[in-house]
Design a protein around this ligand. Structure first.
Ligand SMILES: CCCCCCCC/C=C\C/C=C/C(=O)SCCNC(=O)CCNC(=O)[C@H](O)C(C)(C)COP(=O)(O)OP(=O)(O)OC[C@H]1O[C@@H](n2cnc3c(N)ncnc32)[C@H](O)[C@@H]1OP(=O)(O)O
Length: 289
């Protein structure tokens, strides 16, 4: 409830928690975890996730992300968004495991509702979305990229991307799966989902998880040049086409949002699933020491 109130304040009272400033004709607004810079005449915004250390999608981060997108969507001068990260070497570590571990069912339900909301807003956005994937992008990180219309990834073998949920002992929700199938086809998705494959940039390109792989220092310039190409298409025809391609996938979640929240909550609350998450978190810790 508190988050919903914060969201309303941010959105309608004109960024009390956020900042808006003019820099050389460009505009920027920032929440704590999302920075948005817009370039006047081009109608393009660059949205940078900055939730260190790994841009995990905590409830706060999801909320700020959704609010920022909503603001851009409502700004008729903005036609395209480049989605990227300010955390070195990490695009996004995906959903925040600490939101799904050791909490109560009401928290899980609230968290999942916000995950759904961000996904629906991103996936059905009328704007052109290009991701500049400048780091690791597992699970929910990959999901963010898959929502985009075009994906450019940095050519660094340390960075991997994919829906790796099965490695955590959890299952990718059906709408993650649907988007994967839409992007890489049924057979590749079936294999990658079962194995929890994290693809190197070269593999991701081969299978179609990303559209282009470029040297790391060219990710942003390439994303911009891709955006320029997409901006040349009339908005109305591109938007109608995008809607035609994505509507069925989005509708299948919209029709069963509440049931999906219940499924998630009961699944994630299971002792066996909590145990798997505990083990995975321990593994992440041990990797350090
Ligand atoms: C029957 C059907 C019912 C349907 C039910 C559906 C259920 C499905 C539920 C959910 C879907 C889940 C989606 C997800 O996105 S789950 C998250 C998956 N993410 C990962 O697996 C990534 C894990 N992280 C990493 O691999 C690495 O951290 C890295 C490659 C991103 C970065 O590596 P590095 O730079 O070496 O950093 P560290 O590993 O040292 O991490 C730093 C710090 O951050 C913590 N951390 C990492 N990832 C996460 C995360 N996703 N959430 C929260 N915290 C994270 C890590 O533990 C370290 O913490 P510290 O030790 O306290 O410093």
């Amino acid at each position: 409830m508190a988050l919903a109130a914060a969201r309303r304040l941010l959105l309608h009272a004109g960024s009390r928690l956020g900042r808006r400033e003019a820099v050389d004709g460009a505009r920027r607004f920032a929440n704590k975890r999302v920075l948005v810079e817009t370039e006047g005449p081009a109608g393009v915004a660059v949205m940078k996730l900055r939730n260190p250390p790994v841009n995990s999608l905590s409830l706060e981060c999801l909320t700020e992300f959704t609010i920022s997108l909503e603001k851009l969507e409502n700004d008729k001068s903005i036609r395209g968004v480049i989605l990227t990260s300010e955390c070195p070497g990490i695009f996004s570590a995906g959903l925040d495991l600490l939101e799904m571990y050791g909490r109560n069912p009401a928290h899980y339900a609230e968290y999942w509702k916000n995950v759904q909301e961000l996904w629906l807003r991103l996936y059905t956005s009328n704007m052109i979305l290009v991701s500049a994937i400048n780091g690791a992008s597992p699970a929910g990180g990959c999901l963010l990229a898959l929502c985009c219309d075009y994906r450019v990834m940095a050519d660094n073998p340390k960075y991997t991307i994919g829906l790796n949920e099965s490695l955590l002992g959890i299952v990718a929700p059906f709408w993650f799966k649907d988007m994967y199938v839409n992007t890489i086809g049924h057979r590749e998705a079936e294999r990658a989902l079962q194995l929890g494959t994290l693809f190197s940039p070269a593999e991701a390109l081969k299978v179609g998880v990303v559209d282009e792989v470029v040297p790391e220092d060219q990710v942003h310039s390439k994303a911009r040049s891709v955006m320029t190409k997409w901006l040349a298409i009339p908005d109305h025809s591109r938007q109608l086409t995008k809607n035609m391609m994505r509507k069925a996938t989005a509708d299948s979640l919209i029709k069963q949002r509440e049931a999906d929240i219940q499924n998630f909550t009961s699944f994630i609350s299971k002792d066996s699933i909590q145990k798997s998450l505990h083990m995975y978190l321990e593994k992440l810790k041990q990797k350090k020491g």
